[in-house]
Design a protein around this ligand. Structure first.
Ligand code: ZN
Ligand code: ZN
Length: 415
């Protein structure tokens, strides 16, 4: 069976599950859970997968869920969705808006991971109900804690590779602020790697009137900030894109006290592992040398946190998915630009040693988007991910996201 007729066969069941899929979406949206706390969501996922006949592993890396459906010989495809929400107070005005809190923090599915969960569960049910149309193994992976960048790694550390032997390819998608009904692919680096770094530099405190008795960490930190501006300008090739931001600098309490240390917080974005290593090395070198230049009494301390890997779509894999999308979606399939956001999905295929691709689906009402575009007000009027007013339109977003997962997986699994 060619992939297109396999897609028709698998997607034939979509009308029959649509109402339940929308209901599940609204329920997940109304009950968002912060990173590592996705218990209710994981239970809902487990329930659907078990009923559909998947072999299910729960509590993988905390709240992660893995479902495996074996259907004869053939390739093995892994589809991934993330499940966590954000500490954002929802202001969408939707009838199913979240009023959930965690402690005294309001919680919202402001990144659309509820869309990812609903679409992947829909696709899982469709594959389970249409086993004649495909052959191979389908793994559906529901990951916790994407927003904190450590959910994928948690599942890997908990033995994910042993639960999903023989995976050939890993696929994932994200809903974004472009017109619903559209899908976008991009070969090569599509999302940046991100690193945050906390640096503590040491001086020697003294009275503000006696600088000769001090090693002033404020001046030292200021020198470091200025010198760090040369990293992207002078050490990264002009053909590369990179960002180095010093987002925080803290020292001292009072005008006439020279403090004994200063702390800087940096954020880095890179699209290339070698650029990332170049920048991390340059930062250490500059900070260490500036400390030495100031006569700092102790070595500086470096701490990396909130690290996200580079999402670097495999070219052949992306081409295979893009071809399947064009065949199915026609001119609603498009090529998209590199995005500046970051994701931890690629930790999974990297740990399994398999190629991957990560695509985007639109989530904005096409009419609303067109009007904003005509008025030249897309940036002002269309809420983006992580904003309190980010509200993916239910349809065609859920249908498109489900179709995209099915069509992409069938590029390997079609009988
Ligand atoms: Zn996000
Ligand atoms: Zn997200």
């Amino acid at each position: 069976m060619p992939a297109s007729s396999a897609a028709s066969a698998v997607l034939a069941g979509l009308d029959g599950i649509r109402a339940e899929q929308e209901e599940l979406y609204r329920s997940v949206h109304q009950h968002p859970e912060l990173s590592h706390q996705e218990h209710r969501t994981a239970a809902a996922v487990t329930d659907v997968l078990q009923k559909a006949g998947f072999q299910v592993e729960t509590e993988v890396g905390g709240t992660g869920v893995v479902g495996v459906l074996t259907n004869g010989d053939g390739p093995s495809v892994l589809l991934r969705a993330d499940m966590d929400a954000l500490p954002v107070r929802e202001e969408t005005g939707l009838p199913y808006a979240s009023t959930a809190t965690s402690g005294d923090v309001a919680v919202m599915h402001a990144c659309g991971h509820d869309v990812h969960v609903a679409c992947l569960l829909g696709a899982a049910r469709l594959f389970a109900a249409a086993r004649d149309a495909w052959s191979g193994t389908l793994t559906v992976l529901f990951q916790p804690a994407e927003e904190t960048g450590d959910g994928a790694r948690g599942m890997i550390d908990d033995g994910l590779a042993k639960m999903v032997p023989g995976v050939d390819v890993a696929l994932a998608q994200h809903v974004m602020a472009f017109p619903a009904g559209r899908v976008g692919t991009h070969p090569g680096p599509v999302l940046s790697a991100a690193d945050s770094m906390r640096i503590t530099v040491h001086g020697r405190g003294a009275h503000g009137s006696m600088p000769q008795a001090a090693v002033d960490p404020v001046v030292l930190a200021a020198m470091i900030v200025v010198r760090l501006q040369t990293v992207v300008a002078r050490e990264v090739p002009p053909t590369e894109t990179a960002v180095l931001t010093v987002g925080s600098i803290q020292a001292g309490t009072k005008s006439n006290v020279i403090p004994d240390s200063a702390q800087l917080q940096l954020n880095l974005r890179t699209y290339n592992d070698s650029t990332r290593e170049t920048m991390l090395g340059a930062i250490r070198r500059i900070v260490t040398a500036e400390c030495q230049a100031s006569g700092s009494p102790r070595e500086p301390e470096f701490e990396l946190f909130d690290r996200f890997p580079l999402t670097d779509n495999d070219t052949a894999t992306t081409q295979r998915v893009a071809t399947a999308f064009t065949e199915f979606f026609g001119d609603h399939a498009e090529a998209i630009e590199q995005q500046s956001a970051s994701e931890d999905f690629s930790d999974i295929p990297r740990a399994l040693g398999v190629p991957y691709t990560y695509w985007c689906i639109g989530g904005i009402d096409p009419d609303v988007y067109r009007r904003a575009q005509e008025a030249g007000r897309v940036t002002q009027d269309i809420p983006v991910n992580h904003s309190a007013t980010f509200a993916p339109v239910l349809q065609p977003t859920l249908t498109t996201g489900t179709q995209a997962l099915v069509v992409a997986a069938l590029a390997w699994l079609a009988r």
